[in-house]
Design a protein around this ligand. Structure first.
Ligand SMILES: Nc1ncnc2c1ncn2[C@@H]1O[C@H](COP(=O)(O)OP(=O)(O)OP(=O)(O)O)[C@@H](O)[C@H]1O
Ligand SMILES: [Mg+2]
Length: 160
């Protein structure tokens, strides 16, 4: 049964490109992650870590095999449903963070909630609570450029 795992990869293959230049980034990968589990994916450069994470975060689809996020088969979802799943159920910190430089910390956090239909005031209130939870409330109205660096403990990446 696959229903209790938050993330399931079943015999997943992901090939980038085609023909002679095809790169088989993942070949027959199966993985199961349970609620509360902390998993580190490690391997040399080019071994397929980002390819795996892009599939796990529903940012990409496998060439073959199945990916289930909270029991939902992302390989079968239409683009709109896939976008909703990413907004509501997946948190993803990109290597380059992808904060929007012209928005403050609170606005960056609120933006996906507003895109998901939440009224601006509620989205802002949620963003401030989230910052509070991180001990970063003082940064609410700062722009990414005015926050400390990109290391995993830096304010910018914690906001991301
Ligand atoms: N969009 C793409 N088009 C073609 N090949 C790609 C693409 N993305 C990744 N690859 C190739 O797939 C393989 C796996 O790449 P991936 O980025 O998943 O590795 P990685 O483990 O994240 O590496 P790194 O540690 O350098 O971030 C590599 O050979 C890479 O060149
Ligand atoms: Mg990578």
């Amino acid at each position: 049964m696959t229903t209790d795992a938050v993330l399931v990869l079943e015999d997943v293959t992901r090939t980038h490109g085609s023909g002679e230049t095809a790169v088989h980034a993942l070949a027959g990968v199966s993985l199961r992650v349970w609620s509360g589990e902390l998993v580190a994916v490690m391997g040399p450069s080019g071994s397929g870590k980002s390819t795996l994470l892009n599939l796990a975060g529903a940012l990409d689809r496998p060439t073959s095999g199945r990916v289930l996020v909270e029991g939902e088969d992302v390989t079968a979802l239409a683009p709109d449903a896939l976008a909703a799943l990413r907004r509501r159920r997946v948190g993803f910190v990109f290597q380059d963070l992808n904060l929007i430089p012209s928005l403050t910390a609170a606005e960056n956090i609120a933006l996906p909630l507003e895109l998901d239909g939440l009224p601006a005031r509620k989205a802002r209130s949620f963003a401030l609570d989230a910052l509070d939870g991180l001990g970063l409330r003082a940064l609410a109205d700062r722009f990414p450029d005015a926050m400390s660096g990109d290391s995993s403990s830096g304010s910018r990446s914690r906001v991301a």
